[in-house]
Design a protein around this ligand. Structure first.
Ligand SMILES: [Zn+2]
Ligand SMILES: [Zn+2]
Ligand SMILES: [Zn+2]
Length: 257
């Protein structure tokens, strides 16, 4: 298990092994998602009451991890980028942008962040008529025949949430561009905007890649023969960050020696 496991002793004396997972949602949202999941699986199933579910989450406490190694850098950077852009919106109030405009932009950012955090990975599909959700389309490399597959459907549908993100970012850039400020200042603002917008798009692309990677893993496990073994080495999550850390240390030790 990637994040270790825990032994839980039952009152009957039995132990069960539970794998640790990363919890990145608020308790209310976890419960909301759990109930939706129950409903999707079986309409008749009655989940425990909210009070019980909260109590369970309270007892299975989450520990905070200070080190982000093995955690998702894309999600972390992307979420930060939303904070930066929200901050940037606030700064624009001093440059003749109306309060209603700022409120609209900040609301768009807030909702879009929630969507990337919670819903987007539930919306992606291998074949989708929404271009933003279509894995085949999104993960094809147009410059490489071997890494490309054509969709046999059109991409004529739009998703409100994906559209909101797109439009909010376009609108925010246009707002900066039409602000009354010096040319140098505007360039600095636009540069800040572009950098953070890129981190957000990177996060979204990463979510799609994760989903596809997971499909491959499940596929292998389901077709595993009795005489075969499956070893998962998480190169991107575990080894690359370590390498970067070490190169950074090498860099600093060279600097001081
Ligand atoms: Zn969505
Ligand atoms: Zn498609
Ligand atoms: Zn969408």
């Amino acid at each position: 298990m990637p994040f270790g496991e825990k032994n839980i002793k039952l009152s009957s004396g039995d132990t069960i092994v539970v794998s640790n997972t990363i919890r990145n949602l608020l308790p209310t949202r976890i419960i909301q998602a759990y109930k939706e999941y129950c409903k999707e699986c079986d309409e008749e199933f009655k989940p425990l009451s909210d009070t019980c579910l909260f109590e369970i989450l309270h007892c299975c406490t989450a520990s905070n991890r200070k080190s982000l190694q093995g955690l998702d850098y894309f999600a972390c950077d992307g979420s930060n980028a939303f904070d930066m852009l929200t901050h940037l919106c606030d700064e624009l109030t001093t440059h003749d942008v109306t309060t209603s405009k700022i409120i609209e932009l900040k609301k768009g950012l807030h909702e879009s962040r929630n969507c990337l955090k919670n819903n987007y990975k539930l919306h992606v599909e291998f074949n989708s008529e929404v271009a933003d959700h279509c894995i085949k389309y999104g993960l094809s490399d147009p410059r490489d025949l071997f890494w490309k597959e054509d969709c046999n459907h059109s991409h004529s549908m739009e998703c409100d949430q994906c559209l909101l993100l797109k439009n909010t970012l376009i609108e925010l850039r246009a707002t900066i561009d039409s602000c009354s400020m010096t040319k140098e200042m505007k360039l600095r603002y636009l540069h800040r905007f572009d950098q953070n917008a890129q981190l957000i798009w990177d996060w979204k692309a990463h979510l799609m890649r994760c989903f596809q990677q997971d499909r491959a893993r499940i596929d292998i496990l389901q077709n595993l023969q009795n005489d075969s073994e499956f070893v998962l080495l998480d190169w991107a999550l575990k080894w690359l960050p370590m390498k970067y850390r070490e190169t950074q240390r090498d860099f600093f030790s060279n600097l001081f020696n």
